[in-house]
Design a protein around this ligand. Sequence first.
Ligand code: PMT
Length: 400
Amino acid sequence: MGRFDGKRVVLGVTGSISCFKAAQLCSTLVQTGADVDVILTAAAREFLTPLTFQSLTRRPVYTSLYDVLPDLSSAHVALGAQADVLLICPASATTLARLAHGSAEDMLSCTALASKAPLVIAPAMNVNMWEHPATRANVALLRERGAIQVGPVVGHLAEGISAMGRLAPLEDVLAATRLALGRRPAWEGRRVVVTAGGTQEPLDPVRYIGNRSSGKMGYAIAEAARDRGARVSLIAGPTALPHPWGVEVRLAPTAREMLDAVLAACDGADALIMAAAVADYRPAGVAEHKIKKTGVGLELRLVQNPDIVATVHATYGDRLVKVGFAAESQDVLAEAGRKLDAKGLHLICANDVTEPGSGFGTDTNRVTLIGRNGWREDLPVMAKEAVADRILDRVEQLFS
Ligand code: PMT
């Protein structure tokens, strides 16, 4: 099961040297379940041939305004009508100008004009072309009309310099495409705060007390909320995961730093989802220098950390939906129910971390969702992305 299963993507490829990356993008879309129809502009055909994309998609590739589908309907009307999303990657300055001004002079611009599908643009070009007021105005107009823009970014350009104009990383282009496909009215204008990863409580300049949270569960929730159209603040302990596109990330290494960041972010937010594994205790003091080995044992004194979600409840009450996790190794459901009440949560995800494929570091998780008034849903072992979706389905119900 891929993330684009059954989705019809029209991929427009235009004449930028970065268009060679569109072949990889196309292949990933196909491998993750999308039906991809590719349109190549005349300039793109100077760099790549239709055969490349035909081989990747096993479907016809469209190059002329007068192309027809196998049933002889006009491709420039039919493709746009069938599309779930129109993704233009890379989007050259010329194509952006055509789109902004409704000029339907080639197959791609005509399809865009004839389509009501959401539009994603991934511009890539020379830095001066990107910074030209004409290009800026065209992009601003397209965004105003609802287009999702991803990139460009600063990086190596074909001219041999490092500057703005490089195509966004393909993971970001895919993330923007998921947002175009996933937006839902219930999440429009919503602000969601998500925590992820484990906190690290310093002992001395080189050591800390931590836990095995990888951040995967929280990051999956943040990305799923972004895909639904929410504005997402992700507050994370140290993790090795890349920052997800379209999500505001703030790093908070310790429980107390996480508390400050979460309290500030929750002001005016619609939901808080606490997937982070926050240390309940921290060393009573932090040694200024590395603690030396002395040949005898070492006793540590720990003091309790503040409870973040309970503090949010005390500060904001039920003005926002509060979701917690309970990572447990015994009495899982009873402990989760106790934490739901004690921390003022609307929903808790009881997480038996002793089950195979569940809990810390895995790509899958098994949780039981427990709500107020005894509401409960047992979920099987699922990909963390799918668990995130089920949690957000419940949060969506709680919004209304
Ligand atoms: O990051 P991964 O590798 O993907 O692993 C995911 C996970 C196992 C970390 C995640 O699914 C999970 O279960 N997170 C919660 C872990 C945890 O700390 O549970 P807890 O039972 O100790 O805490 C209960 C709730 O209170 C949690 O929502 C926690 O974020 C919150 N809490 C805990 C302590 C504290 N001082 N402040 C808090 O707000």
